[in-house]
Design a protein around this ligand. Structure first.
Ligand SMILES: Nc1nc2[nH]cnc2c(=O)[nH]1
Length: 406
């Protein structure tokens, strides 16, 4: 409702009488809550660690050993509680999470989301390929990877019965190299059987892109597609090396891309051409990719998305002439970045959030202007200063589905 509605004053007075009227101070602004489309929850203790390693070495040396520790459910509970509070604190009202292979730990993640009142989309990670995963951290077989995924779906259904904020299970093949064809097939069938979202990584690095070509003689996207894993409920992380034919498939199937601009600087081997994708009507949202990205803040990722897009457009090699140096991908603006973190994410997950509008869920953040204004500022200026400067301490309150979470 807004001030033009006939019963606006009555509703406002009613809220005041019941002590539920929230009024913003003059330097506070109401924004939609953010949607983080790609978080590896178990990697939170490693945020910012070893980002100078190539992706496959970083996984083997730092990431798999950490994720294996979530066999200890008490450890999982401690980390997940801290992470979800941190994301809420940064204005993230919905998050699409990779868990680990361990279902008791994955349930702890769901319980942390319920406790902190965050809308979680949570996947039990499937990774059963003995050639690409360590013995100490892998699903015992394709059958058990699929069966454990199905039992996690059931566990979440049960947890949801008493939860104020529903958690959604997500089919989660880690990525093509980690999975066998049998597990990919079984997971595609589960996605169809339960009509669930799917998440994975697709064409993130030269190494990943090359793996599918070498082992399947197909592109990464074609492998996922042949197993029914590319649907209009799929969110594929990164996609920095997708080609036009992959993008046509994404558009055709309704697949969304989780753009993770900070992580891509380290592991992406290229910059995602966001403006081209938006122009082609491919769905794109924003992800932190903890801990491939070091920051839990989508504000930081909005900034990096803008910066990376400018470097993609202008180019970086001063030895080339200006004509040869860049690409024709237009830079994106802070507004475009904000769109990715709100509307783009909401469209990717089919949620009525990301906009402050009648009929939409009240997922909101109250942000205090981070910088002093020395003269009257128009809304455009206020907005850009918030996008470039807001940090956790400026986010004063967060609401998810109308309930205060921060
Ligand atoms: N950035 C990133 N890429 C991956 N590809 C497979 N697993 C991962 C992961 O944990 N992080």
């Amino acid at each position: 409702m807004d001030e033009s509605d006939a019963d606006f004053s009555t509703v406002k007075q009613h809220a005041a009488d019941n002590d539920t009227l929230v009024q913003l101070k003059t330097d506070e602004y109401l924004l939609p809550g953010f949607i983080d489309l790609h978080v590896h929850a178990p990697q939170w203790p490693n945020a910012g660690v070893a980002l100078d390693q190539p992706l496959n070495e970083w996984l083997d040396t730092y990431t798999f050993p950490l994720e294996a520790k979530y066999q200890d459910t008490a450890f999982a509970k401690r980390v997940y509680d801290d992470l979800v509070a941190e994301l809420i604190g940064n204005g993230t009202t919905t998050a699409l999470y990779f868990g680990t292979t361990h279902n008791p730990a994955n349930s702890e993640l769901a319980m942390a989301c319920i406790t902190h009142h965050q809308r979680g989309f949570i996947g039990k990670v499937a990774m059963d390929n003995p050639d690409q995963t360590p013995e100490y951290y892998r699903d015992a077989s394709a059958q058990s990877a699929v069966a454990d995924t199905e039992s996690f779906i059931q566990q979440l259904t049960e947890l949801n019965q008493t939860a104020d904020i529903k958690q959604t299970p997500v089919i989660t093949p880690r990525f093509v190299p980690s999975c066998t064809p049998e597990s990919l097939k079984g997971l595609g069938e589960l996605a169809k059987k339960y009509d669930l979202p799917v998440q994975s990584h697709c064409s993130e690095s030269d190494w990943e892109n090359g793996y599918a070509l070498e082992h399947y003689h197909m592109r990464d996207a074609e492998v996922l597609d042949q197993y029914g894993l590319l649907t209009d409920k799929s969110v594929m992380a990164h996609g920095t090396l997708l080609n036009q034919s992959d993008l046509d498939t994404f558009k055709d199937r309704g697949v969304a891309i989780a753009h993770c601009p900070i992580s891509n600087v380290y592991f992406g081997n290229a910059v995602l051409p966001v403006s081209k994708l938006l122009h082609q009507d491919v769905k794109v949202g924003l992800g932190t990719d903890l801990s491939g990205g070091y920051s839990p803040s989508l504000y930081q990722n909005i900034r990096q998305a803008v910066i990376s897009s400018r470097m993609l457009h202008d180019g970086v090699n001063a030895e080339l002439s200006p004509e040869e140096r860049g690409t024709d991908n237009q830079p994106i603006s802070a507004k475009n970045g904000f769109y990715l973190a709100t509307v783009g994410g909401a469209k990717s997950l089919h949620l009525k959030t990301g906009q402050i509008k009648a009929g939409y869920l009240a997922d909101l953040q109250v942000v205090k202007s981070p910088l002093r204004a020395f003269e009257d500022e128009n809304m455009e200026t206020v907005f850009e200063k918030i996008m470039y400067h807001a940090s956790k301490s400026d986010i004063k309150r967060v609401y998810v589905q109308g309930t205060q979470a921060k």
